[in-house]
Design a protein around this ligand. Structure first.
Ligand code: NAD
Ligand code: 6OD
Length: 486
């Protein structure tokens, strides 16, 4: 069988490269495709083409026709739903059900949502007077920011890439998308969709490659890029900030987390157990919002631990399309090594391993994949490495607490500030406690429920700015104020 080659999409044309790298499937280590790494010259061509479209054909389109084209992307993702699901599964190993109910539908919804949302947005107007009584009118107008570099991670490949592309395009920008080198598949299909629905050349470009000394770095240092929107590790965010500093480029960052779940004595125990199983182990723990620190109030602790451990041990590590599979592998061998090292360090720091901690045994080709066991620790010090650093795997530590003040201090004792889950039936406490958590997003008696109009993002090491609704459109817009003396 001939090998699948993923190409770049530059100025409306698919282009391969002599520099190919492997796209490896995490469930059995097989090669899914060979990927064309773009070079510096490709980046230059893509940026030039994007700038040309920005000041030409794309800016000449009415908002209605631009949005109609964007919503056709959503329709075409729906038409090729199965292809997208297969590409996402091949690249990530995530269970079929997750790709079918979360990743791909949200990928389409991001385009549908922003193409409608922007049409209902207004701008500010202030009606006032000068000291000598003349009337003045100040109003603002929204313009595209320019050419945007969109740099995405591998954990929710289509969902997170389109979460940035859709508002950037709706606001009238041209884009250069760089998916993660680990997950180039669904982004390549997306380029086919843009091509098919008839986007003008240069408005959407796709470049495959790596970060340092590759497409990521070339884009972040390029003088023709006006803004960078990035989702990934906090340390990468820091590198990108340095690269962008000389050009003073606008930055939007969605970074890592070390998210707490706080379970009070009065919580609905089954709901808290089921919800925490989801918040710790979804996507094999590879969601920035996943819980890695669980705090349970003393009276509920024993019963919580018993049910929680039992359920973690029931997760099913099957082939993505296998029966009842609900737990996939980690993304790569390197990442598995990092997660296993964190397990060893937790044990040597005095942690009690409650369940998991290793690699599951298989007698089929999954032996060559990057599987790992759902893992729970207790007994670690709040200042241990495990409790400080994001692990990004299927693991949590469970601690006990007595008072609200004590758990608030523990939950906020981190350099990250992305998300938290609070489980309680006392709604007064739920509201007042949530407001004191130093995070961008709190879920009460739930986890990862989404309304795309709401602000999404983190404090401290977890990011800069917010995405969602007008927050996204504001980042991708340059606002000019016009002052008129009447
Ligand atoms: P990563 O930072 O390693 O890579 C993300 C992207 O950045 C990739 O496309 C990569 O090629 C590129 N990149 C790497 N180095 C670069 C450089 N120097 N210059 C430019 N580009 C560079 O992240 P990852 O491992 O793909 O994703 C996992 C991380 O992402 C976790 O830390 C997770 O918490 C975070 N994340 C955060 C959110 C959020 O919304 N806050 C969402 C998903 C993932
Ligand atoms: O749902 C979203 O919009 C979003 N940005 C999710 C991020 C998940 C992180 O891994």
């Amino acid at each position: 069988m001939s090998q699948l080659i993923y190409k770049n999409y530059i100025s409306g044309e698919f282009k391969s490269s002599d520099n190919l790298f492997d796209d490896i499937s995490p469930y059995d280590g097989s090669i899914v495709a060979r990927v064309s790494e773009a070079n510096k010259a490709d980046v230059d061509v893509a940026v030039r083409s994007a700038r040309k479209a920005l000041s030409g054909v794309w800016s000449e389109m009415t908002l209605d026709s631009r949005c109609a084209l964007i919503s056709r992307v959503a329709d075409e993702i729906d038409n090729r739903f199965d292809d997208f699901v297969s590409a996402e599964i091949a690249d990530t190993g995530k269970p079929l059900n997750q790709a079918e109910t979360i990743d791909i539908p949200r990928g389409a919804e991001n385009f549908r949502f922003f193409s409608n949302y922007i049409k209902s947005m207004g701008t500010e107007l202030f009606d006032s007077q000068t000291h000598d009584g003349a009337k003045i009118l100040n109003y603002s107008i929204r313009k595209p920011k320019g050419v945007i570099a969109v740099i995405a991670p591998w954990n929710l490949p289509l969902l997170l890439l389109t979460w940035k592309l859709a508002p950037a395009l709706a606001a009238g920008n041209c884009v250069i998308a760089k998916p993660s080198e680990e997950t180039p598949g669904s982004a390549t299909l997306l380029a086919e969709v843009f091509d098919k629905v008839g986007f003008p050349a240069g408005v959407f470009n796709l470049l495959h490659g790596f970060g340092p000394a590759s497409v990521g770095e070339y884009l972040t240092k390029h003088s023709g890029i006006d803004a960078i929107t990035f989702t990934g590790e906090s340390s990468t965010g820091s590198e990108i900030m340095k690269a962008a500093a000389p050009g003073v480029k606008a930055l939007s960052f969605e970074l890592g987390g070390k998210n707490p779940a706080i379970i009070f004595d009065d919580a609905d125990l089954d709901a808290a157990v089921n919800g925490t199983i989801k918040s710790v182990f979804s996507n094999c723990g590879q969601v920035c919002l996943c819980t890695e620190r669980v705090y349970v109030q003393s009276k509920l602790y024993e019963r919580f631990m018993e049910k929680f451990t039992l359920q973690a041990e029931k997760l099913i590590e099957n082939w993505p399309e296998g029966d009842a599979s609900n737990f996939g592998p980690l993304i790569s061998e390197d990442h598995r090594k990092k997660v296993l090292d964190a397990f060893s360090k937790a044990s040597s720091d005095g942690g009690n391993l409650i369940t998991g901690g290793g690699v599951p045994e298989f007698s089929d080709k999954r032996k060559s994949g990057f599987w790992i066991e759902p893992t729970i620790f207790t007994g670690l010090d709040e200042d241990s490495e495990f409790m400080k650093n994001e692990i990004f795997g299927p693991v949590c530590h469970v601690s006990q607490f007595d008072s609200e003040d004590e758990v608030l201090q523990m939950a906020n004792n981190t350099d990250y500030g992305l998300a938290a889950a609070v489980w309680t039936t006392d709604l007064k406490r739920a509201h007042s406690f949530s407001a004191k958590l130093d995070v961008g997003i709190v879920w009460i008696n739930s986890w990862y429920l989404r309304d795309l109009r709401t602000p999404f993002g983190g404090t401290k090491l977890s990011g800069i700015g917010r995405e969602g609704g007008h927050h996204s459109i504001d980042f991708y817009s340059e606002i000019s104020n016009i002052c008129l003396k009447l």
